[in-house]
Design a protein around this ligand. Structure first.
Ligand SMILES: NC(=O)C1=CN([C@@H]2O[C@H](COP(=O)(O)OP(=O)(O)OC[C@H]3O[C@@H](n4cnc5c(N)ncnc54)[C@H](O)[C@@H]3O)[C@@H](O)[C@H]2O)C=CC1
Ligand SMILES: O=C(O)C1=N[C@H](C(=O)O)C[C@H](O)C1
Length: 275
């Protein structure tokens, strides 16, 4: 059963997209934590999980929480909303979390510039922690990528290669974009200025100083990222391999707890982890 009584002062967490790959992992990690209470579970309207007990819908013991599609009512109960869903849903949840003055932890990737502007507006009212990857390892790799890119000049071509499961809908991955941004920052530039569009056909030779991306999709790959620095006669490859989605869920829960005493604004996992 979920926690009540003496735990009532602990931050109440709402998990969105609970039937999803990350949603189910988040429910397990949040429910196992003695630092928070799971107070709500959201799924999209029309999902056959709506109205069911969350624990039973996940194939386990009852959790005493009914899966809801009423985001307004559910988010009103939250001190933090942990959200790994879709861009449209995340933009809507950002507004509701801001109204509830709840921390919004956003793992959703594939957000457009317009989505990001709406999220920025919501962050004027409550803390938002957003990262394309919530794992400790990738956030360390981001810092390493920035340093290596700064140390190696433009004679070293930068390519980011990522692999994910067959169900992933966006490319390049949010993580690949974080790594590309870090490489661009290391060179004192923006990714927008250096990014090469996906290659196909007669592309011409590689543009000096550009940053390229390649995406592989297949099977059940949780997430693999290489940042390749390639020069004449040698290569440096920085690599992160994820084999368990719990790494993302643990990072997200840490962000939800970290955000409890923070003011409105946009934060990322480097802030949370003190990197
Ligand atoms: N930042 C990070 O560390 C990570 C980010 N992700 C990102 O998280 C997102 C979700 O990934 P998965 O769990 O693999 O996808 P998924 O497709 O398994 O799950 C998404 C869930 O969100 C639900 N959903 C969609 N619209 C909704 C709405 N309006 N209200 C409530 N629920 C709604 C869907 O029904 C589905 O159950 C993706 O953008 C992915 O790239 C995934 C893993 C780690
Ligand atoms: O969709 C996924 O699965 C993942 N998405 C994130 C991304 O886009 O980088 C993080 C992780 O790689 C898994």
């Amino acid at each position: 059963m979920w926690k009540t009584g003496q735990d009532v002062e602990k931050p109440g967490i709402v998990v969105t997209g609970v039937s999803g790959r990350m949603g189910q992992m988040l429910v397990k990690v949040v429910n196992a934590s003695d630092q928070v209470r799971l107070v709500g579970a959201l799924e999209r309207p029309g999902s056959d999980w709506i109205g069911r007990d969350l624990g039973e819908a996940m194939g386990g013991a009852p959790l005493g929480i009914q899966v809801s599609d009423d985001a307004v009512e559910t988010i009103a109960k939250a001190q933090a909303v942990i959200d790994f869903t879709s861009p449209a849903a995340t933009v809507a949840f950002a507004e509701l979390a801001a109204q509830a003055r709840a921390v919004h932890v956003i793992g959703t990737t594939g957000l457009t510039e317009d989505d990001l502007l709406k999220i920025r507006a919501a962050a004027r009212h409550a803390p938002i922690v957003r990262a394309g990857n919530m794992s400790l390892g990738v956030n360390l790799l981001v810092g390493l990528t920035r340093r290596v890119a700064a140390a190696l000049g433009e004679d070293w071509d930068v390519e980011v290669v990522e692999a994910h499961h067959r169900m992933k809908v966006d490319a390049p991955s949010g993580t690949a974009l974080m790594l590309g941004e870090a490489a661009a920052e290391g060179r004192g530039q923006t990714l927008d200025a250096l990014r090469t569009p996906a290659r196909e056909g007669i592309t011409g030779a590689r543009e000096r100083g550009s940053i390229g991306f390649s995406a592989i999709r297949g099977g059940d790959v949780v997430g693999e990222h290489d940042v390749i620095f390639a020069a004449d006669g040698e290569r440096v490859v920085l690599r992160h391999l994820a084999s368990d989605r719990a790494i993302f869920a643990r990072g997200a829960l840490r962000a939800a707890i970290w955000g409890q005493d923070k003011g409105p604004g946009e934060y990322d996992m480097a802030d949370v982890l003190g990197l």
